[in-house]
Ligand binder design. Sequence first.
Ligand code: S3P
Length: 437
Amino acid sequence: MMRVADRITVSPTHAVTGTLRVPGDKSISHRYALLAAIAEGPSSIANYAPGADCASTLACLAALGAIVSRTPAPHEGDPPVVTIQGRGLHGLQAPPGPLDCGNSGSTMRMLGGVIAAHPFASTLIGDASLSRRPMRRIIGPLTQMGATVTAGPGDRPPVVIQGGPLIGINFTPDTPSAQVKSAVLLAGLQARGDTRVVEPASTRDHTERALAAFGATVMIDGRAITLRGGQPLTGRGLRVPGDLSSAAFLAVAASALTGSDVTITDVGLNPSRAGLLDLLRRFGAEVEATIEQQWNGEPVGRLRVRHGVMRDLVITPGEVPEVIDELPVLATLGTFGGSVTVSGAGELRVKESDRIAELVAGLRAMGADADERPDGFQVRAGTRLRGGTVHANHDHRLAMAFAVAALGAAGPTVIEGADAVAVSYPGFFEDLERLAR
Ligand code: S3P
């Protein structure tokens, strides 16, 4: 692998083998930080995700008056422990300027729920990619709860929130979204009365588990989640599991390359995120997932993935929410053997980039037989990639997916905009190189 400025050259490899840990989970880190800021007393968060997205959340919370500090971890090589001095429910202060959420949709949407209950106005802004993403999905419910929320043309950022006293609502989102569910629950925690969210399809349940870890009572009945407003949270010590969505890139590489055998330790194995494991098994990989511990109500363990046969993979609409972030890398399986077909995944078009158009364009530039559909894509087996030059289009998961595809190409692949990996997995290329044989 050769890196020049923002461009990395990935060479083909025979196999990936070895054992490693991946960085802390991005989704869980955001939630622990947000809840710590509105809890009473201090919280410490070990293995906080090192990427830019979770740093955006901390910077916003600091601008809202939470005291955030980082201290060296007791074990060498671990990331610093993040300490947040909680301000209690409704305790945040008006920020001195706009709250910059960077590239992070999770920060903007979930923080929106937190500040909607505070009696001041704030403006949430983001980078060019985030400024194109839809915010109607949080504007609707937060307005219904009593906040005044406006956005730019097409309901895109900047989002201006004038918060105040909220009332609990009964809410069914149009699209399954853990960010929207979480925004409503975080507002509901600070509202009068009960808030109930009924999901159209189950999504990751980290907010529910995190609320319980901070001492709140959350009632779950199938796809309905009910939370009583006004429950105080208590600050505590937390540890973030490794991010299964980051491990996914290595797991897919191990599934695709003959002779591969990769083990990832201390990785989050929450069932609401684990759809990837079933899909890899269906593709033909040997997958062993062993839950060893619970960290603050999150299952954590060891994941071993070995190459097996390679079969066609059809991912149906009902399976999409559990693997929404893994779809770009799952697509690359089609370039190794076994076609990959995805439908019901129109949400991919409003992620950090249009992940249907950009993914298919990138894989085709490398020589893949692939095409777009309005709500998905197909990558057909039987054509070996040539390699070539692709652009990550400021999208971390595309940069990493192209790198995995590049491992199986006939020649080298240049990935432009490779620095995008810093959003969720800053050491990705180094880890991949460590495993490549
Ligand atoms: C996330 C939920 C998903 C996912 C994103 C993280 C979360 O987004 O794509 O990377 O932490 O709740 P949606 O809620 O928009 O589906």
